[in-house]
Design a protein around this ligand. Structure first.
Ligand code: NAP
Ligand code: ZN
Ligand code: ZN
Length: 350
């Protein structure tokens, strides 16, 4: 064990603050990564504040983790000291169920081990995430980070990136299709970039008039500001696929009616409260309402390699670690442009 520093929530209502905790020394298959940058996902906020009603405190969030390998176990073959490495939302899974065997570890049947707030089989405590100085992860759950991309701007690919890439690939979004993305936050702005890169006609739905120009710069062909409910009317029946990236309560039915016959609306946003779906939003056009969770390790590496080839990263705003509570408040006001990333050099070492 070694002593590590981090930022933790001690309860649902306390701000995150400096803490020290223990990490395991790397075992034979582990890599130890000095964390350089960590993205701030809305899931970190949902978890720190117990909005999904499953948080065990203390909670150290962070699952968009990038850094440099500083120690490797004796059996590690993919990494050596000094390599760039990344860790996303998963650090382990059963590895034997049908979903794990297919590389879809996020759907592990007994349950994958999340990067934070999951029972940690090594320490008997909970897993602690990337708002910290270092992390120790099995090489099978560690990603190779592209050397040609800005490292800080690549961190959000590990959650916001894969969470949008995976459903767009699964539903085969591409040329000739009209694709909607709802919400221009961390996930939404990556959804726009990927849908555009895959060749679709991309329409971004936003509650923020101020994001219109950015949405176009990020790749949207058209932008619909949804404060005025009339704004959706011209789009009824127009979409092959819609990716819903909203973090809070919203009327999903009004977007289901925008689907073409046999179109799919896929939810990746995870609001605290259940969102009602009306039968007639689905029946009329044989619409599908679907969901998708992050992505497995092989697809996450494929996504990183795709980003390397196409020069895709996240648009980020760098913050010091003691700015994370203010960043959460701004996220709640939809004031993100378009992902906060923590510069881990600002976190004191042990
Ligand atoms: P984020 O950066 O805070 O972006 C959320 C965006 O949703 C906001 O910027 C805003 O965009 C829009 N929005 C917020 N409140 C709204 C409301 N009341 N009505 C309509 N639109 C609203 O959050 P994120 O990190 O992208 O995460 C989005 C959601 O995905 C979160 O719930 C998160 O937990 C979840 N998530 C799920 C997965 C998964 O595996 N499925 C993975 C990661 C995250 P506009 O200003 O453009 O309206
Ligand atoms: Zn996330
Ligand atoms: Zn499994």
């Amino acid at each position: 064990m070694f002593i590590c520093t981090g930022y933790a929530a001690q309860s649902a209502s306390s701000p995150l603050a400096f803490t020290t905790f223990e990490r395991r020394d790397p075992g034979p298959k582990d890599v130890e990564i000095e964390i350089l940058y960590c993205g701030v996902c809305h899931s970190d906020l949902h978890t720190a504040r117990n909005e999904w009603h499953n948080t065990v405190y203390p909670n150290i969030p962070g699952h968009e983790v990038v850094g440099r390998v500083r120690r490797v176990g004796s059996e590690v073959t993919k990494f050596k000291e000094g390599d760039l490495a990344g860790v996303g939302c998963l650090v382990d899974s059963c590895r034997t169920c049908e979903n794990c065997v297919e590389g879809l570890q996020q759907y592990c049947i007994p349950g994958a081990t999340g990067t934070y707030n999951s029972p940690d089989k090594f320490t008997g405590k909970m897993t602690y995430g990337g708002y910290s100085k270092a992390i120790v992860v099995d090489e099978d759950f560690t990603l190779r980070m592209p050397a040609n991309l800005d490292l800080a701007a690549s961190a959000p690919l590990l959650c916001a990136g894969i969470t949008t890439y995976s459903p767009l690939r699964h539903w085969k979004v591409g040329p000739g299709q009209t694709v909607g993305v709802i919400g221009l936050g961390g996930l939404g702005h990556m959804g726009v970039k990927f849908a555009r890169a895959f060749g679709a006609h991309v329409v971004l739905f936003t509650t923020s008039e101020s994001k219109r120009a950015d949405a176009e710069r990020l790749g949207a062909h058209e932008v619909v500001v949804t404060r005025d409910p009339e704004a959706l009317k011209p789009w009824i029946g127009k979409f092959h696929f819609i990716l819903d990236c909203v973090s809070a309560d919203h009327d999903i039915n009004s977007y289901l009616t925008l689907l073409k016959r046999d179109g799919t609306l896929c939810l990746v946003g995870a609001p605290e409260n259940p969102q009602p779906i009306a039968a007639f939003s689905l029946l009329g056009g044989r619409h599908s309402f679907a969901g998708s969770g992050i992505g497995g390790l092989p697809e996450t590496q494929e996504m990183l390699d795709f980003c390397a080839e196409h020069g895709i990263t996240s648009d980020i705003e760098m913050i010091p670690i003691d700015g994370v509570n203010a960043a959460y408040e701004r996220m709640l006001k939809s004031d993100v442009k378009y992902r906060f990333v923590i510069d881990m050099a600002t976190l004191p070492a042990a």
